[in-house]
Design a binder for this molecule. Structure first.
Ligand code: C2E
Ligand code: MG
Ligand code: MG
Length: 409
């Protein structure tokens, strides 16, 4: 059953009563009438702890005298708040963007931020792109699976590799693919990696998982190679895979058995948590590099990856995180991050891959700025291995992107 806008619960948290009236009126004009207001974080938390259903959306002021908005977000995280958030503040754009990133890192759905004085059209623009609870299926909290289920999925061959093309920006030629694992779940359908990689890492299952993903990727790479498609195949490697030197032999032996040259294999590494002993991962990566496997630093710029890693590890490729790519053509802060990452990679002689290329504007921006390789929904979504050769065969017709004129700088 579809819900009415009028039943969607919205909380306005702001220390200024004037803002309560203003925002409640703007929301009412947009059809949202189930609005409550609150002037302190402590009171808002007390109501969140009550048995009432929590709000679907919170409009949160960042500057409040006792508990500020950032601290409030931390309490929302502790309470597994599953609704959405809009930040409201008079702070400058950079502060708002950094808080927005922080909220995203906490996996809270954030629609964006509003600068005070809040303009009605800005509010309605944010609400328009909300995937709202009244639009269809009830909002299910993202299911996270337990270790036994993940173990069974790995052992039972339920993991499948999807592949997302990477194309050269200058020529639009397909140069490689990134392997992205999915779980074909009997009941829940296709389960995405963020719902089970973390579990695999914390429960000692990530080595088994990576072995399965890597072996399947090599088998597919061999099939493509035999069909005359020479693609670099990238596999995501968890920092936890780099805890034992056995990983080197495993990778080398599997590649050799599959008949795929190390130069065709890219290992994408993200530092997802603090390294307890940095020496072993360093040694493993250095030795894999000596064996001519290509090393890539993933999600660059997110804080998961660091300058120290760039200094210490012989990476061949740097992937600029999607959060600095999509929309960078139109956003000064993103542009600074993008340029800095690109320049750093250039100076260190690394190839640069931009992730999250979602539209034509993003693509032209990469062309103008001289990025090497692009990956993202604008080019193709991740697809099953069997679909890739067909997609590549069609790509020149649909693509034509290399010939497009791009204007201005
Ligand atoms: P990643 O390695 O940074 O992979 C890129 C993610 O961005 C993928 O999400 C991909 O589907 C998504 N993506 C691609 N193009 C776009 C775009 O244009 N816009 C947006 N918004 N997203 C785009 P996915 O498949 O859900 O994977 C998420 C993360 O899970 C990966 O991030 C990687 O860190 C991890 N992961 C995936 N497979 C494996 C694996 O086999 N082993 C390990 N350890 N981690 C994996
Ligand atoms: Mg990756
Ligand atoms: Mg990435």
């Amino acid at each position: 059953m579809l819900l009415e806008k009028s039943t969607v619960k919205i909380l306005v948290l702001d220390d200024e009563p004037f803002m309560h009236k203003l925002l409640a009126r703007m929301l009412a004009n947009l059809g949202f009438t189930a609005v409550t207001t609150c002037d302190s974080g402590a009171i808002a938390l007390a109501s969140l702890d009550s048995p009432d259903t929590p709000p679907d959306l919170i409009l949160l002021d960042l500057n409040m005298p006792e508990m500020d908005g950032v601290e409030f977000v931390r309490h929302l995280v502790d309470r597994n708040y599953s609704g959405s958030l809009i930040l409201v503040s008079g702070e400058d754009e950079r502060i708002q963007q950094s808080v927005e990133k922080l909220v995203r890192a906490h996996k809270i759905a954030i629609l964006g931020h509003l600068c005070k004085p809040v303009l009605p059209y800005a509010l309605s623009a944010l609400l328009e792109q909300w995937t709202p609870p009244w639009a269809g299926a009830p909002r299910a909290a993202k299911k996270v699976y337990d270790a036994n289920a993940v173990r069974a999925a790995i052992a039972g061959g339920k993991l499948v590799n999807y592949y997302q093309p990477k194309v050269a920006v200058a020529t639009a030629a397909v140069v490689g693919v990134e392997t992205l694992v999915r779980w074909r779940h009997e009941v829940d359908g296709l389960v995405m990696p963020d719902q089970f990689i973390g579990v695999a890492e914390t429960h000692g299952l990530i080595d088994e998982l990576t072995q399965v993903v890597f072996s399947n990727a090599l088998a597919d790479a061999r099939v493509w190679q035999d069909a005359g498609l020479l693609l670099k195949v990238a596999v995501n490697v968890s920092m936890d895979n780099l805890a034992s030197l056995d990983f080197i032999d495993f990778v080398a032996a599997r590649a050799q058995a599959a008949g795929v040259a190390p130069q065709q294999i890219v290992l994408e590494v993200t530092e997802s948590r603090l390294m307890q002993d940095a020496r072993t991962p360093l040694e493993i990566l250095a030795r894999l590099s000596l064996k001519r496997f290509r090393l890539s630093i993933d999600d660059f710029g997110t804080g998961h990856s660091s300058l120290a890693q760039l200094r210490d590890i012989p990476f061949d490729e740097l992937k600029i995180d999607q959060s600095f790519v999509h929309g960078a053509w139109n956003n000064a802060t993103l542009r600074v991050m993008y340029d800095a990452s690109l320049n750093l990679a250039r100076q260190l002689g690394m190839e640069v891959v931009a992730e999250g290329v979602e539209d034509r504007e993003d693509w032209h921006f990469l062309r103008r700025t001289g990025c090497d390789v692009a990956q993202g929904y604008f080019i193709a979504r991740p697809m099953p291995a069997a679909d890739l050769p067909g997609w590549i065969a069609d790509w020149p017709e649909h693509g034509g992107l290399a010939d497009e004129v791009c204007h201005g700088r």
